[in-house]
Ligand binder design. Structure first.
Ligand SMILES: [Fe+2]
Length: 381
């Protein structure tokens, strides 16, 4: 895990808001029953738990899927008058809750409240025959929330109200056991001029520290620009890059996201893999579309020099469109999918780290030019 997601040493004793890691990424989707199958068949995730009308939940279906340390909860509304479908009508498919595992929910909420956070759910216990979970929730950017979860006294498949459920789906022979193993970071897009406010929120309320900072030239193309800063929990297990649009000649990808998501939200999830070549091969064979990398990326001498020595020949990267970035600590390999749903909003990144603790700053320009070509095809550029 240390290498996979780039952990660092830290002393939890002085941390006012200790975070153990990610608990779950909770999605609102238009059709959870179908999406659950999509994430199994395409992304190799495993169905582990379920809540729905059959279990007494009249409001929605929820499917819990795992891949290594990653847990997704896919929720689709059944009650036309329910709040979940209101959320979906406004935002489309997207992430409603980036839930975090914390050892002391009450202490975190007390600290968050004292530092001005909006507490959406007070700390409380939920229990069933498998034990007790302590949970609370605070508001993040837009309609996104952070549930804070202590499941140390719980042995059930997810949360009380959910039942264990497996799938009749059988993976094809030869497919790797997992296509990705861990969640590396979740990027949030916020409104123009509000990035520093949200960086301040994570600093003040959750005790996160600032990592790399990208502004201006680094991530500007001829036409559009954005600003980005990164905050992380003490040991860097949880990392939140935050983007805001910056003025450019044309509409940036962040503006496009904000328009179609109707406000701030989670833009991409970076999923860590220890074999990005196989990940890309398997996903492409299933029809997953990635952003095209210009061929010049691999032939440009300056870029070529930056790529340097990596674990595979550059040709292997070129044939798959995998990007490389390097810093003083090492390098990383990364690739980005096209948007996952009907709106040009949330997408995935796959990342394989080799010492680098960065986010692919050196690739931003090449990448954004690729995104702009896609935006232009959609008529949004
Ligand atoms: Fe990323």
């Amino acid at each position: 895990m240390r290498q996979l997601v780039g952990l660092v040493e830290y002393d939890p004793a002085g941390d006012p808001f200790p975070v153990a890691g990610w608990d779950a990424v909770v999605w609102s989707v238009g059709n959870a029953t179908q999406a659950a199958l999509y994430y199994q068949v395409v992304f190799g995730m495993e169905l582990v738990a379920y809540s729905g009308p059959e279990t007494g939940n009249r409001d929605h279906h929820a499917y819990v899927l795992r891949s290594g340390a990653v847990r997704f909860v896919l929720k689709g509304g059944t009650d036309p008058a329910g709040s979940l479908l209101d959320h979906h009508r406004r935002h489309g498919d997207g992430i409603i809750d980036i839930a975090l595992e914390v050892p002391d929910v009450d202490r975190c909420v007390a600290h968050a409240r004292a530092r001005g956070a909006t507490v959406l759910e007070e700390p409380h216990d939920v229990a069933d025959e498998h034990g007790t979970v302590r949970v609370a929730a605070i508001a993040a950017y837009g309609d996104t929330r952070h549930s804070l979860v202590d499941r140390s006294r719980y042995r059930g498949p997810y949360l009380p109200g959910y039942v264990a459920r497996s799938s009749g789906y059988t993976k094809p022979a030869g497919e790797p056991r997992r296509i990705f193993q861990a969640l590396d970071h979740v990027v949030g897009n916020v409104e123009l001029g509000r990035m520093d406010e949200w960086v301040g929120f994570y600093n003040r309320v959750m005790g996160f520290t600032n990592m790399a900072e990208f502004v201006g030239e680094d991530i500007a193309t001829e036409y559009s620009a954005l600003m980005s800063k990164v905050v992380a929990s003490g040991n860097h297990r949880v990392k939140f890059p935050l983007n805001e649009p910056a003025p450019g000649k044309k509409r940036s990808q962040i503006d496009e996201f904000l328009d179609f998501y109707r406000g701030p939200g989670a833009q991409h999830l970076a999923l860590a893999t220890n074999d990005i070549l196989t990940t890309v091969d398997v996903l492409r064979a299933k029809g997953v579309e990635f952003l095209d990398t210009p061929d010049s990326y691999y032939s440009d001498p300056e870029l070529r020099a930056r790529i340097g020595d990596v674990r595979v020949p550059v040709e292997e990267l070129r044939s798959r469109g995998i990007l490389v970035d390097r810093d003083e600590d090492g390098y990383l390999l990364q690739i980005f999918t096209k948007p996952l749903g009907d709106r040009p909003t949330v997408f995935f990144e796959f990342i394989e780290r080799h010492g680098s603790l960065g986010f692919g700053k050196g690739n931003f320009k090449a990448l954004f030019e690729a995104i702009e070509r896609e935006q232009a095809k959609r008529g949004n550029f």
